[in-house]
Design a protein around this ligand. Structure first.
Ligand SMILES: CC(C)(COP(=O)(O)OP(=O)(O)OC[C@H]1O[C@@H](n2cnc3c(N)ncnc32)[C@H](O)[C@@H]1OP(=O)(O)O)[C@@H](O)C(=O)NCCC(=O)NCCS
Length: 181
């Protein structure tokens, strides 16, 4: 099983202990955590340490495939991407640190992780959800070929309340068609 994935500009690799301070620095931003379900606000170094410890446990049971996103050209972690099982279906999630927004990194990293999920892991369907006031993430999913399925209420720890969340799905077939077209 691949531990590292590569795309044109990015290397997706396992998290390392040395990433923890950078995770804390980039996640200490309400504009990031308000768009995630389980990240607290304010986000501290202790939160990043706890996240890293949970990662190592989850990795062992095969229910989580998480990667640090780094640029091949050098430097440390710029974001995180992963897929985790929720009620038997794998859901993709990601964040990119604000200094790196708008350069196509989320789309590029997600495309590579989806290829891994549908290819090596043989998933038939991958889902994703974006909060209704986060159109940038909805746009990333559109670009990847996801289509809308339903709208649900999802808890957001940083905001402290439930937020309307647009769920989307992508099948292996649709992903493959899009790649050749
Ligand atoms: C959402 C997020 C992952 C996007 O990362 P990114 O690397 O900037 O994304 P990309 O550059 O690959 O693509 C973003 C697209 O959204 C578009 N976009 C940006 N702001 C937008 C907005 N307000 N409305 C609609 N589209 C928007 C960009 O123009 C770009 O599309 P384009 O390539 O067609 O121009 C990043 O902003 C982030 O981490 N946000 C906080 C955490 C989060 O939202 N995670 C996802 C949870 S579902």
């Amino acid at each position: 099983m691949n531990d590292e994935l590569e795309s044109e500009r990015l290397l997706l690799r396992p998290m390392r202990a040395e990433d923890v301070p950078q995770i804390a620095a980039l996640m200490a931003d309400y504009d990031i955590v308000k768009n995630l379900s389980t990240a607290p606000y304010p986000y501290t170094l202790a939160d990043a340490e706890a996240f890293f410890a949970r990662q190592r446990e989850a990795k062992a049971d095969g229910e989580k495939h998480d990667f640090a996103i780094v640029e091949k050209s050098g430097g440390g972690l710029i974001g995180k991407i992963g897929m985790c099982a929720k009620e038997g279906v794998f859901e993709i999630g990601y964040w990119i640190g604000k200094p790196y927004w708008g350069r196509g990194f989320a789309t590029e990293a997600a495309r590579r992780v989806l290829a891994f999920g549908f290819g090596e892991l043989k998933f038939e369907r991958i889902v994703a959800g974006w909060f209704e006031d986060n159109p940038a993430s909805g746009h990333v999913l559109d670009k990847l070929g996801f289509t809308a399925t339903e709208t649900v209420g999802r808890d957001c720890l940083a905001r402290g309340h439930t937020v309307r969340c647009n769920m989307m799905a992508l099948t292996r077939e649709a992903f493959a068609e899009r790649r050749v077209s």
